[in-house]
Design a protein around this ligand. Structure first.
Ligand SMILES: [Zn+2]
Ligand SMILES: [Zn+2]
Length: 354
């Protein structure tokens, strides 16, 4: 019995192309006690592989976090399978705004310590005492309230290309870092302000809202289902869209356009641009924003050094990398001194606290 997917990404891409099937890009998560994570993981892999599911799924003793794509024609079978698992019955499924048959190229189901790397010690606070979930229309009302502080719980490279109007967007590399910064900056307002937070699909806010309540914040609200679900509701209920720019996503698509505003700049020339790319030098792979002109001029690289390396024959590049460890990470933090136009998002927060 095959428990792992042995096809290479390239073979997968070719398969999908040949099949020509419409795939749906979806995500969901839930916190639930999973005792035997390995058995559960194997069960999911076997079932979902049969439905031709591709994606990245994390299983932990605290729950499941899944981002995947499934052929449209198998979606019903997939959904029925989800509903057959007690804690996944009727789980909210976030369906992407823009589908791309190549969003995921493999099925990876991994057992992890946690479903989100939040850096928190969950035994120190009540993780079930979460903030109030609000839907898109209530969220729109709340964020117009002068008594509200709206906080983006995502990292700098996510909020840089898109965020809610008037949101505080901490200039952080990790979720853990933003928790402390926000608490410090808002400590005088724990009781008198509404702390309203959002993230991509809602999962980070589940922990963050519980953490802030534990820290003494009285009025904590979180956008139910995150930006993805917000945009769906805005469309189907004809609400006013208060999100500007693009929603960063963690798959091959990189982002979904929500409004026509381009709020970021090319990190190399400063011209308006909001498309992330990874440096073409395999040993660098820095995630940064690059406009089309710079892309051509720099041959998809972040620096002239990387450009020179990427021109070398593959074998020589490989030899150079030897012993340098694996720095190849597509979501590397996107900060480098040689990128002059990388914005300092912290300014947005400072203007708020003034
Ligand atoms: Zn440029
Ligand atoms: Zn580079």
């Amino acid at each position: 019995m095959q428990l792992y997917n042995n096809l290479s990404a390239k073979e997968r891409a070719e398969l999908i192309e040949k099949a020509g099937k419409e795939r749906l890009t979806i995500s969901f998560y839930t916190y639930a006690k999973i005792v035997n994570t390995q058995i559960f993981r194997n069960h999911l892999f076997l079932a979902w592989d049969e439905f031709e599911v591709l994606g990245r799924i994390y299983v932990a003793r605290e729950g499941i976090n899944a981002q995947l794509s499934v052929p449209a024609e198998n979606f019903e079978r997939f959904k029925n399978h989800l509903d057959s698992i007690t804690f996944l019955e009727n789980v909210r499924i976030n369906i992407a705004i823009e589908h791309d048959n190549f969003a995921f190229l493999k099925l990876k189901v991994k057992v992890r310590e946690k479903i989100v790397a939040d850096g928190l010690n969950d035994t120190t606070f009540d993780v079930t005492d979460i903030g109030v979930h609000v839907n898109a229309s209530r969220f729109n009302e709340l964020i117009e309230d002068p008594n509200t502080v709206l906080v983006d719980m995502r990292n700098h490279y996510e909020s840089e290309i898109g965020h809610f109007k008037n949101a505080v967007t901490p200039d952080v590399d990790t979720f853990r870092e933003s928790l402390d910064i926000i608490e410090e900056d808002l400590k005088a307002h724990k009781e008198d302000k509404n702390l309203v937070m959002y993230c991509t699909g809602g999962i980070r806010c589940e922990k963050a809202s519980a953490y802030y309540k534990h820290k003494g914040f009285k009025n904590v609200f979180q956008l139910d289902g995150g930006i993805i679900n917000y945009v769906r509701q805005v469309e189907s209920n004809e609400l006013e869209n208060k999100f500007i720019g693009k929603n960063f996503v963690f798959d091959e698509r990189r982002s979904e356009r929500i409004s026509d505003d381009v709020i970021a700049n090319c990190h190399q020339c400063g011209e308006p641009a909001d498309l992330h790319t990874n440096c073409a030098n395999e040993a660098c792979h820095l995630l940064f924003i690059q406009c089309d002109t710079c892309k051509e001029k720099m041959e998809n690289c972040c620096s002239t050094t990387c450009m020179e390396i990427s021109r070398l024959p593959f074998e020589e590049q490989k030899a150079r990398r030897k012993g340098q460890g694996n720095s190849n990470d597509i979501f590397k933090k996107g900060r480098a001194d040689h990128l002059p136009f990388k914005k300092d998002l912290r300014n947005i927060f400072e203007s708020f606290t003034k």
